[in-house]
Design a protein around this ligand. Structure first.
Ligand code: EPZ
Length: 417
């Protein structure tokens, strides 16, 4: 089992490049089965979740080649509509592919999306939208079968601006001429990036990035091309590392506008953040202060994926602060682990209440999920002494070479296989 060994105390200095966004690349890769042709994807991150989706594309008969960040998919060889069962549970892949499979094959079988450690991850909004588009949805012992011999464009309202449901409904309606409208749609930047790809294959999409998305499907999609946007959560992770360890780091490649609520929050906590179009310089020159109350929410609110990272920064900031998790029902696992490192955190329901400690101390902690792991790494960088962070395979799901990147700015971190 791989783990990170981290000697805390080194202030971070230098610059780090931000790789492409996992949560943009995943739905774009799923969408490549739509056009029965070639899709060229630039700046695709090299992550285990991405490799899982590429494996699934190949199992469906697509040819996928990769040259660094350049991924080319040829979906003209697409043969099978069923994702092999052994892949179903990986990265909740059957959910990610459902809309595209429904559009292309009029059929999608969804299994293994039974949630994860941060929440139940229901898909009722996805299914509601598929039904509105004319699909028959039947629940079976081993999963959910969606069939739609004729997809009927319509207006769909989402009770909650679900990212996945918005993406799936954009994909499900992409090959049907006629106007589908998604209201109360998710507005995350990753939605706009998926829309960029769909426009490149000839789908008429307007309103992405707002709560009303208009999709005019095409029955003759063309070859497509897209550049994956920078990963705003990874950029926020590096900013949190500076908040914990101190120093000054130039975070390159991610426009600060992608993570404006994080920038605003860290500035209010006392960090100095100098923004430019393609990145920002984050500096901690004195101890941060905790803010009385923060909460996560759908974009453009503070992203749930940053909540563990902000808590890590709060643990050694002056005074008392609270942060509520409004998106996932079980996303406080990092708090106990941070307490093992000397943090003063009490959790009540979905709210973490933090009293800033002078400094944390090293400990052996385990990552329970992707962002929990990143938060523990950030905290360990500022802690006194040595920490061991296990569960690195979770971190590999969302971070390309996190260890190498942090080493390049002076962190005393090594990966032990
Ligand atoms: C996406 O998950 C991201 N994953 C998550 O990132 C991210 O945290 C989340 O959006 C919120 O921004 C990918 O893009 C692959 P949702 P998704 O549908 O689509 C409820 C990471 O760390 N809900 O917006 O699953 C649900 O229970 C991951 O990279 C329903 O009730 O998020 C949750 O409370 C973690 N019914 C809330 O909505 C539904 O049908 C947010 O879910 C769907 C969702």
């Amino acid at each position: 089992m791989s783990f990170y060994k981290i000697e805390g105390g080194a202030a971070l200095q230098g610059s780090i490049d931000v790789h492409g966004a996992k949560n943009a690349a995943l739905p774009i890769l799923a969408a490549t089965i739509l056009n029965n042709g070639i899709s060229v994807i630039h700046n695709c991150p090299d992550l285990s979740d991405i490799e899982s989706i590429i494996t699934i594309l190949r199992s469906l008969g697509c040819r996928v080649t990769r040259d660094g960040g350049l991924v080319t998919v040829d979906s003209s060889g697409f043969t099978s509509a069923d994702i092999p069962l052994e892949f179903m549970k990986q990265t909740r892949s059957s959910t990610i592919f459902a809309g595209a499979l429904l559009a292309r094959t009029k059929r999608a079988f969804i299994a293994g999306s039974g949630g994860c450690c941060i929440g139940k991850r229901p898909i009722d909004l996805h299914l509601m939208g598929f039904k509105a588009l004319g699909a028959d949805v039947s629940f079976r012992p081993d999963g959910i079968l969606c069939r739609a011999p004729h997809i009927c464009p319509c207006k769909i309202h989402l009770d909650f601006p679900s990212v996945g449901a918005t993406e799936n409904l954009m994909l499900a309606s992409s090959l049907t001429p006629g106007l589908t409208v998604i209201s109360n749609a998710a507005k995350e930047p990753e939605i706009c990036n998926l829309a960029d790809y769909l426009r490149s294959i000839g789908v008429g999409i307007k309103g992405d990035g707002t709560s009303e998305i208009y999709i005019k499907g095409t029955c003759s999609p063309s070859d497509g091309e897209v550049t994956v946007i920078a990963d705003r959560i990874v950029a926020a992770t590096y900013a949190a590392c500076v908040a914990c360890a101190g120093g000054r780091v130039d975070v390159r490649g991610a426009s600060p506008s992608l993570l404006s609520p994080v920038v605003a929050t860290l500035r209010r906590m006392g960090m100095t953040i100098e923004c430019r179009n393609d990145g920002f310089v984050v500096e901690k020159s004195s101890r941060c202060i905790n803010l009385p109350y923060l909460c996560t929410g759908p974009y453009p609110a503070l992203p749930t994926d940053c909540q563990p990272l902000i808590v890590a920064a709060m643990t050694t900031s002056y005074g008392f602060g609270a942060i509520s998790e409004k998106i996932f029902e079980n996303r406080m696992a990092h708090c106990k682990r941070l307490c093992d490192m000397g943090a003063d955190i009490s959790v009540s329901g979905r709210t973490a209440m933090v009293r800033g400690a002078e400094r944390l101390h090293g400990a052996a902690v385990d990552a329970s999920d992707l962002r929990c792991g990143a938060a523990l790494v950030a905290a360990a960088l500022g802690a006194e002494g040595t920490s061991f962070v296990s569960g690195v395979h979770y971190i590999d799901r969302g971070y390309e070479n996190l260890c190498t990147a942090l080493k390049s700015v002076g962190a005393n971190i090594e990966r032990i296989e």
